[in-house]
Design a protein around this ligand. Sequence first.
Ligand SMILES: *Cc1c(COP(=O)(O)O)cnc(C)c1O
Length: 417
Amino acid sequence: MPEHSKIDEMLRRADAAAMAKLPARFAEVEQVRDENQLRLLKAFTDSRVAAHHLSGSTGYGYGDEGRDRLEEVFARYTGSEAALFRHQFMSGTHTISVMLFGLLRPGDVMLCASGRPYDTLAGVIGLPGAAGSGSLAEFGIGYRELPLQDGELDLPAICREAPGCRMLYLQRSRGYADRPPLSPEAIGRAAAAAKEANPGIIVAVDNCYGEFVRCEEPTMRGADVMAGSLIKNPGGGIAPTGGYIAGRAGLVAQCAERMSAPGVGAEVGSTAGVQRQLYLGLYFAPMVTAEALKAGLYASALFEELGFTVSPRWQAGRDDIITAVQTESAPRLAALCRGIQSMSPIDSFVTPEAWPMPGYDCDVIMAAGAFTLGSSIELSCDGPMKPPYTAYLQGSLNFAAGRAAIREGARRMLADN
Ligand SMILES: *Cc1c(COP(=O)(O)O)cnc(C)c1O
């Protein structure tokens, strides 16, 4: 047989074996999707969303009912007292930065108990060697970090450190670290432990990539406040930009003062032309997150069939939408990214190349053929060019297209052998 038909045959078998394993897992994902969709629908109807709320405002945005109503919907859905859900947030990092600067004051200490936080937060916190100026450190805000213990939060260490700290900070998703995500239950246990040791501590969560994956969000388990990006799960692939902060009313109000200006808070911020997209994207979020989870489950099952180490495995529970695949070689990582790019609805003809991205200690390669630039609820794949050449796959607005793209990535990886 010619080499390429051997590869096609191997792939056909791996695809069939993967698909045969997944129906029960897909049924679980659909159950979560349906439960979340109905709870979200109830948040819409309880908030009495009306047609005129979708039209938006200009200028200062004073009295923008559509903006306030959408924030009410998201607060209800997440079991929060209040929320900011706005396109003025420029990225997840910006949103988390607003949350941290909004809540911490000189002399306070932030305790990060989920290990090293997401790379882009190094500059916000002011970790040694990080780029940028005006960090929390420059404003006299201290930082302590606790590593995870075998992938779990170190509750005794949290209890020991909590009394000297103003904030317990937890990152739910693995981000680009080799560790499991945190479940809402695990976040709840850490919140309870920290509050027993220090009733005044604020439990703040980086919830990026975690929204709608489970039937509960961290704020329903004792987190005081959480933040995330609208070009990930909660934007449903429709929001063109933005972020959210949700939680206790007083804390969200403090964040609003930082978002706009002290004394101004959440009252300003026109919704320009994007409000309908934010409403629609949020409404789609349970379904789109489920499609992304199915694509991730498929990737885990397929690459395991093909002999690669994946995390999480297809049988494992999920608390974020990321699937890590150890490709074990630079050409294979590049081949995977290029295959996925070639099957993207936008920019399919582009060839991803590794490049020295700021903030990383080695070259990074990325596949991202998305309707929204940088969106990672759409199928995207990226990885640092260093052993074990791990590809981080996330998103997919649509399982059928995601499956085909992942399969094409796998085909190119095999062809590269
Ligand atoms: C995406 C993400 C962020 C924020 O990243 P941006 O690229 O600035 O949106 C922060 N933490 C985690 C875990 C993330 O996945």
